[in-house]
Structures are given as C-alpha cells and as structure tokens.
Design a protein around this ligand. Structure first.
Ligand code: GLC
Length: 565
C-alpha cells in the first residue's frame, strides 16, 4: 500500500513503464562483430537490423550499441571523428534511423555509446587546432601544453596512457597534447564551454533520432585536476584501474552529468519502444575505487545506472560474491538507483574463459583454461546474476557460452593497447588482449564465417564455432542459448525477479549462496563438489541437471537453480 501511495505522488505514476530501465536486461552489441549485412567481413547496421528479431526472441529489453560513428578506427570506433555521422563501414544515418524504428516496433529500446572524454585526432576541431598552432584558442578545447626540459623535449607531466607509453604526444610545432588512451584519441578540455555545449547538442541530436539512452564512455575521466599534477612513478595505473588519480573520478565530472540529465528530462518520458512512455537514460562507464564512489554517478539528478565493475571482477567464490552483492545493494540504496550486474563486455576476457582459469589473473587473459569448467561456472554465474535485483548487462555471444579466443595470432590483433605494448617492448598500461572477446559471432553451423556474413570475418573464428552457433544451439534444451532464453522468459514472468532493492540471505552450507526474493529462491553452489539442500520449492530452472531426492535436492558442483516458493 505504501508503495502505491509513493507511486501516486511521483511524476511517473501515470506511466509505470517509463522506469523500464530499473530492472532491464540490456544486451551489448559490438557492431563490428555482430552481423555483417554487406559481406565485407565487418559487422554493420544492416546486419544488426536483420538480427533484431533474434534479440526480441532472446527476451532482452534493450540493446546498447558500441560506437558506429565516423571514425578512423584507431580504437575500434572509440575514436570519434564526427559524432553526428555513421561511419560508412557501418552504414548511414538512414540505417541508424531504420534500426531505431525497427527495434522500437519490436519493443526493444536502443542505447547508443557516447564518447566524451576524447575525440579522434581526425576530428575537425583537433585538425583545426593543430593547423592554427600554439596560442590558438582552438587548442584550448584540448589539453595542449609546452613540454618540460631545456627545449621542451620532455612531456608536460608524468602521466602514462592506459594503452601504454606516455599520455602525451608532441606535435610538429613543439607543443604536446594529452591523450589518456591512444595518441589518436586526444582528450577534450572539459573546462571549455564550447566542449560542454557541443556535447549537449550531440545528446539532443541522438535523442531527436529517437534513442532511449546513452552509455557514457570513460565517464570518470572527463575532468582533470587543476594544473595537471604529476602522479609519481609508483602510481602509474593499470587498465582502467580503480586508483584515485588526478585524471579519474574528479568531483567536477558530476556537474556535467547534472546538466545532461536536464537535457534527457526534456525528452522523458516520451513514447518510445512499442509506443509506451519511456525515460531516456544514461549509464556510466566509471571505474572508481569503491562502489560508494560509483554511487555518486547515479544520484537522482545525474545518471540512471553505472556498470558494476566490482561485480565483474569478483572471483567465483561464495563469500566474495556475497560481499560484493551486499556492498553494491547498500551503495545504491541511499541514492535510489538500481544496482547493475555485468559479467562480460568488449574490454574484458569473456566470463566463460575467466572462470575457466584460476582466480587472481585479472580480467584480460591469454589462457583458455579448463573450458568445460568455465562454461559450467559461466552458466551458473549467469543465473545468479539474473536473479539479483536491478538491471543486468549481457554481452553478445555470452548467450552462446562463447569462450574468449585466446590464441589469436599476433598479426591479426587490432587492439591498440596490444600494438602499443608490442612497440614499447611489453611495457603497456593494460594487457592488450581485448581482441579475444571481439571475434565475430557464429550464427550458423556451416557457411562463410558461420553466418556472420558472406565475406569472412575481420578476426578469424575458431573452427569449432559452427558447433556453438545460434543455429546449432536453438532447440537444444541443454544448450546455453536455450538456458538464456528460458532464464529471460522466467525473469519476465516471475513477479519480483529483477525488481526491488534487496535480497534476503538464507542459511546455507559454506560455499553456497541461497537467497529469497518475493515468491522466489535462488540457490548457487559455488563449490567444486555437490551439496545436498532441503528442496526450497518448485524448480523453475537450473544451470545443470539436479537430482531431487525426496525432500532434498542435490545441487551439483558450480550450479545455480531458481525455485518458485
Ligand atoms: C572505454 C571503452 C574501451 C575504449 C576506451 C577508450 O573503456 O570501453 O573500449 O578503448 O574507453 O575510449
């Protein structure tokens, strides 16, 4: 009753579905690798359009598209040369328009990637700033500085790029510019009003195109500490680290997101997917030291969600999982944002491979590990994730149980951090193995690139991927694809799954997680041995076959089961 009263007082009371995002399952499409409509070996918007019915049938609520904007592709599209244009390699603005409309007609929402920390060095602003030379006001939109040393031959400070090597590059006239990532990705100066105006305008451009939200790239990086202070050699960071740095998680970023929220509010809740009123949302890619710092990004007047990288980085260990789940829920409670959960994305080794390896190796691996074990745990980890309150992110191909391709030959790798590491003789801020999770998806058992397209694939697919294809798994009740389909269908049908803000932990043997939600119990055996439990209720779904033994159930090693109670 109290809840109903609260709802009646809220501006959204008349439009309950407008808050769709609070428990949404959001599927990440990596456009290069999802489906290739024109047979050039590279995925594109036409390809994605042709597969939208697959995503609707899978049962996700929204699709987040990694960048498809005009870009020289120095960092697979995270180097944007024109924020209002589609790269010809992916299609045209008309294709984007058609994609958004067709997705909406199927009841799917579309979230696009926004890359505000840096542009491409081919962006018109940067090109003009270069051409105009030192002292030009156009240089103030980026971080240009004279160098140190007698002749300015040393970088202005000691910051290192996340992709390895110095975070500064010297241009022909002697000045240096800052790039936290590749040299082809100069950082914007967010103190400059033109930068702020430009991004509000870009938001409006895509909102006018009808998108339902934005995934904000490097949301923790936009504002740099005044004076760009040195950080000291011992503090250089590793990949998107969680360290406190003068270029990460500065308090000044929040004012930017508050101004963006106002722009989104102008468009919310307008009819969107299926014609229902719908809030436009922002999700932060913010790597922060703690979940409490992450919560700052989702205060009521800022973003709606933030990726939970602490959860992604947690080992397959019951105590650690419970701690991070509790901490995540507790951190979100005071700000009223839903928790989010994610296991894989385009920057980390797929979880089927992470969980196949011993813990503690980080999130970018080059070792296949024990595949069978990895898949078994991945299936269990997914059911655990989808039982938690809040919103969940699924990365393309994880529903097929795809492993990372850990043995790609060096010569085909395109990850700029790998190339930088190779140049710098192994000295890279990150490991550079992100290509392994970016290999194009297999759709069919046979055929050129297993149905990805008619013309091969930009990264080679392993020979056995035909057997992991959508076609091979469809209709096979034991397949990972059918497990995802059933899980998402149950999640929709089961009142309370995904909703709410809490889990109620129940007593369980060591290494086992058991929690109750309304009308529902989740049991996850995170150990390598079977455990016997009192049967909690009616079995809804399990990641592996269970043995029911009268009032008891044997939960095999590394298995999650869902129960109606
Ligand atoms: C984000 C993206 C990653 C990209 C980087 C620079 O972390 O997810 O793929 O390389 O930002 O834009």
């Amino acid at each position: 009753m109290t809840q109903h009263l609260a709802a009646a007082a809220s501006p959204d009371a008349a439009v309950p579905d407008s808050r769709w995002w609070r428990d949404a399952v959001i599927y990440q499409v990596y456009p290069r690798s999802f489906a290739d409509g024109d047979g050039d070996g590279m995925g594109d918007l036409t390809g994605i359009r042709s597969r939208l019915p697959y995503l609707r049938d899978l049962g996700v609520d929204a699709v987040w598209l990694s960048p498809f904007y005009a870009s020289p592709q120095a960092d697979a599209g995270y180097d944007v040369a024109d924020y209002r244009a589609v790269d010809p390699m992916f299609g045209t603005l008309l294709d984007a328009d058609a994609l958004i409309r067709e997705a909406h007609a199927l009841g799917l929402r579309i979230i696009v990637d926004l890359v505000p920390n840096h542009s491409s060095d081919r962006h018109d602003w940067f090109q003009r700033a270069l051409a105009e030379g030192p002292g030009s006001p156009l240089r103030e939109r980026y971080h240009f500085r004279p160098g140190k040393g007698a002749h300015g031959e040393l970088p202005p400070n000691d910051w290192e790029s996340i992709f390895g090597g110095p975070a500064w590059t010297r241009v022909a006239d002697g000045e240096w510019y800052l790039h936290l990532f590749a040299p082809e990705q100069p950082d914007f100066n967010w103190e400059h009003p033109a930068v702020r105006d430009e991004f509000r305008s870009i938001l409006r451009f895509w909102l006018d195109m009808g998108v339902d939200g934005f995934r904000v790239d490097v949301a923790h990086g936009l504002v740099k500490a005044a004076g760009l202070p040195d950080i000291g050699a011992e503090n250089q960071l590793s990949l998107l680290g969680n360290d406190v740095m003068p270029f990460f998680d500065q308090d000044g970023v929040h004012e930017i997101y508050r101004s963006w929220r106002k722009v989104l509010a102008e468009y919310s809740p307008w009819p969107s997917a299926g014609g229902t009123p719908s809030e436009r949302i922002m999700v932060a890619e913010a790597w922060t030291p703690t979940v409490e710092r992450t919560a700052n990004y989702v205060r009521p007047d800022e973003m709606h969600q933030a990726f939970n990288f602490q959860y992604l980085g947690t080992s397959w260990d019951a105590a650690e999982l419970r701690t991070v789940i509790d901490a995540s829920l507790a951190a979100m409670r005071p700000v009223g944002a839903p928790a989010t959960w994610v296991l894989s994305n385009h920057d980390v080794t797929r979880h089927a491979t992470r969980l196949a390896n011993p813990p503690g190796l980080g999130t970018q691996l080059r070792t296949a590990g024990d595949r069978e074990l990895g898949l078994r745990r991945a299936r269990a980890a997914t059911l655990l994730m989808l039982a938690l309150p809040g919103s969940a992110y699924v990365y393309q191909g994880e529903e097929l149980g795809l492993p990372d391709v850990t043995d790609l030959p060096d010569e085909v790798r395109q990850d700029p951090s790998f190339l930088r590491a190779a140049q710098a003789d192994g000295a890279s801020g990150q490991d550079g193995f992100r290509d392994g999770c970016r290999v194009p998806i297999p759709w069919t058992v046979e055929g050129s690139s297993y149905g990805f397209g008619q013309g091969g694939s930009w990264l080679p697919q392993p020979a056995e991927w035909g057997g992991l294809s959508v076609q091979a798994q469809s209709g096979d009740p034991a397949s990972t694809l059918e497990l995802y389909r059933r899980a998402l269908a149950v999640r929709r049908a089961q009142p309370g799954l995904g909703a709410g803000e809490d889990v109620e932990w129940l007593d369980a043997p060591e290494g086992v997680l058991v929690f109750r939600r309304e009308g529902f119990v989740c049991t996850a055996n995170v150990t390598g041995s079977p455990v016997t439990l009192a049967t909690p209720g009616r079995l809804l779904l399990a990641s592996a076959d269970l043995t029911e033994d009268g009032p008891h159930t044997v939960l095999p090693a590394d298995t999650t089961a869902w129960w109606a109670v």
